[in-house]
Design a protein around this ligand. Sequence first.
Ligand code: HAM
Length: 415
Amino acid sequence: MIQCPRGTRDFLPDEMEKRRFYENVLRNVAKTFGFREISTPIFEESELFILRSGPNVLSELYAFKDKGDRSIALRPEMTAPAIRMFVNEMSNEPKPIKIFYFGQCFRYERPQSGRYREFFQFGAELIGNANAETDAEIIAMAASMIRALGLKEYKIRIGHIGVLRQRLTDIGVPKDRMAEILQKLDKKLYEEAEPLLRSMNVAKEDIVSIFKLTETVGGKEVLDSIPGDAGDYLRSITDILAAMGVNDIEIDLGVVRGLDYYTGIVFEAEAPSLGAEKQICGGGSYSLSELFGGEKVFSTGFAIGFDRILLAMEKEGQVFKNEGIKAYVVPASEDMKLGASKVVAMLRENGIISDIDIMGRKMGKAMKYASVARAEYVVIVGMQESEQDAVTVRDMVSGEQTLVKIDNLVKFIMN
Ligand code: HAM
């Protein structure tokens, strides 16, 4: 038997119905914030991701040569494609540009619970300005989405990578070794960061002060301990968020983020119930457009890990009720088949989700099938009834059977 490739999944109808439902919940929130949906190709020129993250990124991608010898990669995320699209096709439009997207991404990672090689992101980018209003708008939308999905246990942490980068530069960390240090700080691996910093001749007290900075965590009160403009900037963001009713956030200067293109604020949301892969959303502000041949434009964005957030909702016991069919039409005998086809066509014309027995089941088995299919009603098309231009409708919950004129059937079922 051929299985689906490692790190990928099939989604059965019940699961797909649930995924589409929640995808639309997110879509509706994005629309209420004035964002509009885009779609970009599932594969791009590998160069796009190399420009964004350096050639090492290839080892994390599904990258290959196509038949025309072009280097192609399946997208590992959608920010770079969205900004490429903006540079190519939207750069003359009035700013800000507010776009969102939903789709699958591919990363060549070791699969585990909550980590897949094919996974889905719901993300958004606000292109146009590096200011607190932009950042707050994005964080508020991410928070609204998490809330709209009904997740209860989560934490949103906001940091400022600009502060950390500046401090690291000031104490003598060379630009080309910044990512190395940031990665260690991201994971709070201080014991590994220390010898690295020493090898760069960073003074002991500076190392201590950097570690302390990444441990600046808490509510608004910690903003006072953040030096310079960054503290004021973060305060403006939290003030706007508070005005928008978003108070469930935490300041954490230790938020670094795995991707290295962020320049200003960075934020993450996590669901503790998920254990190791608990990050359900990540984002921040950055500028990539100049790398892709456009003018330098600042943006802020985020992406929700759709699969992970659904897992977290499940872990919290949130149950999705799948919709069944409304009516299951069964011909009582062979010669009632055409009559049944007419009835089911009429119901469908009227927008009623209906199905018809095509397996030639006997009435008892057809009833059983209808109950598995979660049908609300079974419509029996029988000879005697049809002589009176009627059908028998069985309510599958109460078991009650009613003779209903075909002309009244739609109304009866809709009520
Ligand atoms: P990211 O943090 O790499 O950011 O991914 C966003 C979210 O995608 C993560 O928080 C996580 O929930 C989910 N995710 C990542 N990898 C996997 C995986 N292998 N399996 C399942 N879920 C995964 C970005 O991708 C940025 N483009 C976000 C952004 C948008 N920044 C600015 N704009």
